[in-house]
Design a protein around this ligand. Structure first.
Ligand code: PHE
Length: 344
């Protein structure tokens, strides 16, 4: 029996010597150390041995078995590492190769500006008006009547406003202020909304004017809303949008739906107020219109003006983007010239 064991061991060692990869090693393992191996059969045959032989042979079998097992594991380790290394080398990605260029689109600069301004006002506690309160095709009632714009006001003139040929009283809205009228009609105060969107005016297209542009409307209605709050909110907006507090100027102005009304200028960002071509030498740039909601408007939409007051503002998105990025022609936003769009 002892001889047989040594014989198997010798045979196994030779085969182990010749095994040169994981696969052949696995074969050796199966042949000598598996359940059906000859070695295991020897183990089973032990029951026929003389009692004093059993422990001796048993110990020998275990010793040889463990020796073989250790050798196989050692080799297995070496082969595994070697084969892994070869595999990794073969699969290595050459990152110095030029990739395929896949042109990617991105968000339009005007949309970026709207998103940025929206986020600023959301952080100041304003929420987005419902889309149904801000239609682009609008009744004169919401674009003008409820906003205290008299029938004979020049803004209603067909030279400014686009009317529908075959639908009476239907216009392409000339301002996002229609969102004010609609929101106040169907919402109880407190109201604190902004409403971005497209507006249309029958303008001669030039570097400064397009007949489609974008506005962002803001409206705050509650008890005791004051002009001081309007200033606080808009100054904070200017600081956040331009990245620093800028000198501002509140000029008295007129809008039919606000009283008092103001137009707000910021110091020219190109010349720091010295006067240049961008600000036509004045040192100031107008960025928005605003004011306290006219009590007539509150009453027209069914809000008690003896209890509530409010402020509203409206700003041109193109204008704000042009100021921030020093763009000198509004038409660039609409031509879809990649050389321009790619810069944002
Ligand atoms: N709707 C005005 C415009 O288009 C701007 C504005 C909005 C002014 C709200 C006051 C309050 O010029």
């Amino acid at each position: 029996m002892e001889n047989k064991i040594q014989e198997i061991k010798k045979e196994a060692l030779t085969e182990l010597e010749n095994a040169n990869d994981l696969k052949s090693l696995e074969a050796v393992k199966n042949k000598y150390l598996s359940r059906n191996s000859e070695f295991n059969n020897l183990k089973k045959g032990m029951k026929d041995l003389a009692p004093e032989q059993k422990p001796v042979i048993g110990a020998l079998i275990n010793k040889v078995w463990n020796e073989l097992e250790n050798l196989i594991n050692e080799k297995n380790d070496i082969f595994y590492k070697k084969e892994l290394k070869e595999k990794l080398l073969k699969e290595k990605i050459d990152i110095t190769l030029n990739g395929n260029y896949i042109p990617m689109g991105h968000v339009h600069p005007l949309t970026q500006t709207v998103n940025e301004i929206t986020e600023i006002f959301q952080n100041l506690g304003f929420s987005l008006a419902k889309p149904k309160n801000s239609p682009e095709v609008e009744l004169e009632k919401y674009n003008f009547d409820l906003l205290n714009v008299p029938k004979e006001h020049p803004a209603r003139d067909v030279q400014d406003t686009f009317y529908c040929d075959n639908l009476e009283n239907v216009v392409l809205r000339s301002q996002t202020s229609n969102a004010q009228a609609r929101t106040m009609m169907n919402t109880k105060p407190p109201i604190k909304i902004i409403s971005p969107g497209r507006v249309y005016r029958n303008e001669n297209v030039s570097a400064r004017k397009n007949n489609l542009f974008h506005q962002i409307e803001g409206l705050y209605v509650d008890k005791n809303v004051t002009m001081a709050q309007l200033k606080g909110v808009l100054n904070e907006f200017i600081r956040l949008y331009f990245g620093q507090a800028r000198p501002t100027r509140y000029r008295s102005s007129f809008f039919p739906f606000t009283e008092p009304s103001v137009e707000i200028d910021v110091q020219c960002i190109m010349c720091q107020g010295k006067g240049c071509s961008v600000c036509s030498g004045t040192g100031w740039l107008e960025i928005l219109g605003a004011g306290m909601v006219d009590p007539n408007v509150l009453e027209a939409v069914g809000i008690d003006s003896s209890v509530y007051s409010g402020f509203a503002f409206g700003m041109g998105v193109e204008r704000l983007a042009m100021l921030k990025y020093a763009i000198d022609d509004i038409r660039l936003f609409f031509n879809n010239d990649e050389r321009f769009l790619k810069q944002f």
